[in-house]
Write a protein that binds this ligand. Structure first.
Ligand code: BTN
Length: 261
C-alpha cells in the first residue's frame, strides 16, 4: 500500500469531475515535486497532473529557502496547470492557491484560526501551516506551464529548533482523523474552484475572499524597499502599503516581514 490511496483518490476526483489531481504521480522520495512537475511540463504532459512525494530531499520554498520535508508527515504536492493568462497574471495565482489551502483545511480546524500572509503563506494560529511556490515557464508573451507547489504540514508533531516557534501542523492544532488522501482530494477540488474562478473571472473574487483572512492588514511591515503599514490587497493582487512618508506603494513581490517599530 502506498502512502496515498490512489484508487480512492481517482474514484472520488472522477465522480466530482475534478480535473486537478489527474493523472496522479506518487514518489516515495524525490528531490522536489516542483521539479518533477516541470520536467513533465516540458514533455507535454496535460494540465491537471499532480506530483506528490512522501519525502523531499531538496524541497524548495520561495526565495531559495529550503522547505522542511520529512517523510510521512505532510503533503508535498505540485500541480501542473496550463492557464490562458498573460505572464503578469501568474504570480497572483499564489493568492488563489493559498485560499484553496484554507478552504481545504477549514473544516478541520475552523476558518477563524486561519490567515493568509501575502503573498504565499497559510497561517494557523499565527504560525505557518503551509506555503505555495509558483513557478512558470514563459516564452515571450505566452505562458506554457505553471507549477503550483504546495507544502502543507499535516501530522508533524515537532519541528527543528529553528522552525519550532514559526511553524505548526494540523495535528498540533488538534485536527482529528487526519488522512492525507482525504486532504489531497479536498485540496484538488478547492484549488480547481479557486484557480478556475481567478483565471476565468479575474482576481476580484479572490481579493474579496482574502480580505477577512489577510494577516498583514493594519500591521507594520518592512520589505527591502519600503516600510509602512499594510493596507490590504489591491485589484492586481499586490500588497498596498502606506509608507511612513505618507505615500502609498503597491508591492508585487518581495519578502515582507512584520515591522518591529
Ligand atoms: C514557501 O512557503 O516558501 C513555499 C513552500 C512550497 C513548498 C512546496 S512542497 C511541494 C513543492 N515542492 C517544492 O520543492 N516546493 C513546493
Amino acid at each position: 500500500m502506498s502512502f496515498l490511496d490512489t484508487a480512492r483518490i481517482e474514484a472520488e476526483l472522477s465522480s466530482s469531475g475534478t480535473r486537478l489531481g489527474r493523472p496522479l504521480f506518487l514518489f516515495e522520495e524525490t528531490e522536489s515535486t516542483n521539479d518533477d512537475a516541470k520536467r513533465a511540463a516540458r514533455s507535454k504532459m496535460e494540465e491537471g497532473a499532480a506530483f506528490v512525494a512522501n519525502l523531499q530531499t531538496r524541497g524548495r520554498g520561495r526565495r531559495g529557502h529550503a522547505w522542511y520535508s520529512p517523510p510521512g508527515d505532510s503533503l508535498y504536492v505540485s500541480f501542473l496547470l496550463r492557464p490562458r493568462l498573460v505572464p503578469r497574471k501568474i504570480p497572483p495565482l499564489a493568492l488563489a492557491s493559498g485560499l484553496a489551502v484554507v478552504d481545504a483545511v477549514a473544516p478541520l480546524v475552523g476558518r477563524d484560526r486561519l490567515r493568509i500572509k501575502w503573498p504565499n503563506d497559510v497561517l494557523l494560529d499565527e504560525k505557518k501551516l503551509g506555503g505555495v511556490l509558483i513557478e512558470a515557464s514563459i516564452a515571450g508573451d505566452s505562458v506554457d506551464a505553471v507549477i503550483v507547489g504546495i507544502g502543507l504540514n499535516v501530522h508533524t508533531k515537532s519541528f527543528p529548533p529553528e522552525l519550532s516557534s514559526l511553524a505548526t501542523s494540523l495535528a498540533i492544532a488538534g485536527a482529528e482523523a487526519l488522512d492525507r488522501s482525504t486532504l489531497f482530494i479536498s485540496l484538488c477540488r478547492a484549488l480547481e474552484a479557486r484557480i478556475d474562478e481567478q483565471v476565468g473571472g479575474g482576481i476580484s473574487r479572490t481579493v474579496e475572499a482574502l480580505a477577512p483572512l489577510d494577516f498583514l492588514r493594519g500591521k507594520r511591515v518592512e520589505t527591502e524597499e519600503a516600510r509602512g503599514v499594510a493596507m490590504g490587497i489591491d485589484g492586481e493582487g499586490r500588497l498596498r502599503v502606506l509608507l511612513d512618508n505618507g505615500s502609498e506603494r503597491a508591492l508585487s513581490a518581495g519578502e515582507v516581514t512584520i515591522g518591529t517599530r
